[in-house]
Design a protein around this ligand. Structure first.
Ligand code: AMP
Ligand code: ZN
Length: 667
């Protein structure tokens, strides 16, 4: 096969796998195999720039920078929707339509109303050419580079698509992705995003598309515009869009009358909380395109469509008190303690108040009756105070000036919403939080030690910082609550084992502000050891890929602190890894070439990751599940019975780790 055909074939395969994964949610190859193919394509494209294609699957990773988003006029206006809040509203709407159309029987398409940022995407000859935000409806911003990084958006279509058309939809951020993004922000001590919708629309306006590519955005489509198609109905249009490769949610239903529409609404009013993304209502559309054309538009919206807004679940309750929590990075979060009340299926006792500005804006006072709402976030929020019910003698809330835990005066940096306790090294929740971060799974992953035990150790004066963990003895721990010989031994052994954790994770574990997992990896790779990193200047740090001034300054501050340097010296003495160990495997062979292994169970000689690495270093592949393509299953202790059965059913040899090592020696 010539190079071009190879490239085209790989692109087609990758497009299809991408579609299976992101649109159908049904991958048929492992991530590993996908990455392998992608790498193959990347290499070919680098060697043959003449075959560059801006819609190649390799372009999904982004990289294009948009300094100024160009304004583009929509060929056809993007309307908004009229809202309705009750079934009566919908009945009235139907009456108006019937009057205009002359009492014809009507069918409706019912769709969910996705809560994100609207987008209009233009395709020409099956290729994505442009994506524009709604803007004011007449013109919007060209966000093509950013939209192309969203995996669910097809760059190339399949089937019988028209030569040129626009498709409209909503760019959303599913809850899971939103939570994950926020978790990462919290871990590095930044303020989390407030809701998925704003985060989705904010993402579209990022200048660096590589950053957009990292956000787990999704795109749900609902309307085809132009294209000269002779479509009869909206429902048919949804089918077409699906056939061409777009993600059109399967929840859409055809309703024979308003009764059926109400059923749809009632169902989703209850079940919307089970969806992976946020919806704020249902969109009801007259199904017949011919009727749609007859009905036309008002100044603002189509006459043939109506949004039905769910009532956001709201209750009123009493504010008993406000408490202030101190996080690992010293950030203060005010929390409202409420009279317990039932809301959206759970009992709510607390709500976030975000920061001092929020408290001032709401003018919220102890004893007030407040309205609480549950939106996309897990923690409900207070949206207003019921002033009519305010007790006469209520007093204005004054934000605290001193840390509730260590009494240090709080600071608030210009432009930041949160107050901080600056006593980083003496404030108990900050110390405990830092140690908890240090031992966490993605950091030092210390087995046998949990967050509560850390607090217990600190409160009993056994540890004051994470270096102290390495001096703990079984005798010291044993007298603590709920500690037995076995658990004390596990703890000490877990701490000792963490000396094998590689430098990049140690660096993350140190808890330097703004240094998350990814940044830690970058820094470790660049500086190779802690001494080089600690000596780096601000300029030097900024020159490292993806390190900005804020991160750089934070690294400098960390190493300028004497306590930190003492702790690091101690950790070094205990044997914690402070340099990158280049694992060039001199013994690497090709002996396992063409063989696929599945690794299962717990091993004694290898860690599971090392075993996988050994397979790959020697030319083999690691599969994620047992199939007819598996050549060997390497089984350790506790291999699951289902796997065992599957392997024997398919006649796949099950080998031990010793067998595996023998295999490598055979070269
Ligand atoms: P609004 O912003 O309240 O005027 O609502 C109109 C917006 O709802 C449209 O611009 C779309 O972005 C959005 N929308 C979400 N889901 C749908 C859907 N299924 N059909 C039409 N519009 C939708
Ligand atoms: Zn404090």
């Amino acid at each position: 096969m010539d190079i071009l055909s190879q490239i085209l074939l790989l692109r087609e395969e990758l497009d299809q796998h991408n579609y299976n994964y992101y649109v159908l949610d049904n991958p048929i190859i492992t991530d590993y195999d996908f990455d392998l193919k992608l790498k193959q394509l990347q290499e070919l494209e680098v060697k043959h720039p003449e075959y560059f294609d801006e819609n190649s699957p390799t372009q999904r990773v982004g990289g294009a920078i948009t300094k100024n988003f160009q304004t583009i006029a929509h060929e056809q206006r993007m309307y908004s929707l009229d809202n309705s809040y009750s079934k009566e509203d919908l009945l009235d709407w139907e009456k108006r339509i019937q009057k205009q159309l002359g009492d014809v029987p009507l069918e409706y398409t019912c769709e969910l109303k996705y809560d994100g940022a609207s987008i209009s995407i233009t395709y020409e000859n099956g290729q994505l050419v442009r994506a524009v935000t709604r803007g004011d409806g007449f013109q919007g911003d060209d966000v093509t580079n950013n939209v192309k990084t969203i995996n669910a958006v097809p760059l190339r279509l399949k089937g019988d698509y028209p030569a040129k058309f626009d498709i409209r939809g909503e760019i959303i951020l599913p809850f899971a992705g939103f939570e994950k993004m926020n978790q990462e922000l919290i871990e590095i001590g930044e303020a989390p995003y407030s809701n998925p919708r704003n985060t989705a629309s904010g993402s579209l306006k990022l200048q660096d598309s590589a950053l957009v590519a990292k956000r787990p955005l999704d795109c749900l489509l609902y309307s085809i515009v132009g294209g000269g198609l002779e479509l009869e109905s909206q429902f048919e249009a949804l089918h077409k869009a699906r056939d061409w490769g777009f993600k059109v949610p399967q929840e859409a239903r055809l309703a024979g009358n308003l009764e059926a529409v109400f059923e749809f609404i009632d169902y989703w009013d209850v079940h919307r909380h089970e969806l992976p993304y946020e919806t704020d209502g249902v969109v009801v559309k007259v199904n017949s395109i011919q009727y749609q054309e007859e009905l036309g538009f008002t100044a603002k919206s189509p006459r043939w469509a109506m949004a039905y807004k769910f009532k956001s679940e709201q209750v009123s309750t009493k504010l008993n008190s406000i408490s202030y929590q101190v996080g690992r990075t010293g950030a203060i979060t005010p929390v409202a303690n409420l009279e317990p009340v039932q809301l959206a299926g759970t009992i709510v006792k607390r709500a976030s108040l975000h920061n001092a500005d929020q408290i001032e804006k709401l003018d919220i006072r102890i004893g007030d009756t407040v309205f609480v709402e549950k939106g996309g976030e897990i923690i409900p929020k207070i949206i207003a105070v019921d002033l009519k019910q305010r007790p006469e003698n209520s007093v204005v809330t004054h934000y605290i000036t001193h840390c509730p835990e260590c009494q240090t005066e709080l600071v608030r940096n210009e432009g930041e919403a949160n107050h901080y306790c600056p006593n980083f090294y003496g404030c108990p929740p900050q110390i405990i939080g830092r140690i908890q971060h240090f031992i966490s799974r993605k950091a030092m992953d210390i087995e046998g030690l949990g967050g509560e035990t850390v607090a217990l150790l600190f409160n009993n004066g056994l540890v004051h910082n994470y270096a102290d963990l390495y001096q703990l003895t079984v005798e010291q721990i044993l007298p603590l609550e709920r500690m037995a010989q076995k658990s004390a031994e596990n703890l000490v052994n877990g701490v000792a084992d963490s000396k094998n954790i590689p430098f990049e994770r140690v660096l993350y574990a140190l808890g330097i502000r703004f240094v998350g997992e990814t940044v830690a990896k970058k820094l470790a790779k660049h500086y190779k050891n802690i001494d080089a990193l600690s000596k780096a200047s601000l300029m030097d740090l900024i020159l490292v890929d993806e390190i900005g001034e804020r991160i750089a300054q934070s690294v400098i501050d960390f190493f300028e602190n004497k306590e930190n340097t003492i702790i690091i010296e101690r950790l070094k003495e205990y044997g914690v890894q402070f340099e990158v160990v280049e694992k060039v495997n001199l013994d690497a062979t090709e002996i396992l070439l063409g063989k696929t292994f599945v690794v299962s169970g717990v091993f004694t000689e290898f860690s599971r990751d090392d075993l996988k690495k050994a397979i790959e270093d020697n030319g083999g592949k690691v599969g994620s599940s047992i199939s007819s393509k598996t050549d060997y299953v390497v089984a350790g202790d506790n291999m699951g019975p289902a796997k065992l059965e599957k392997a024997s059913k398919l006649n796949i040899p099950i080998i031990s780790e010793t067998d595996f090592m023998e295999m490598l020696k055979e070269s």
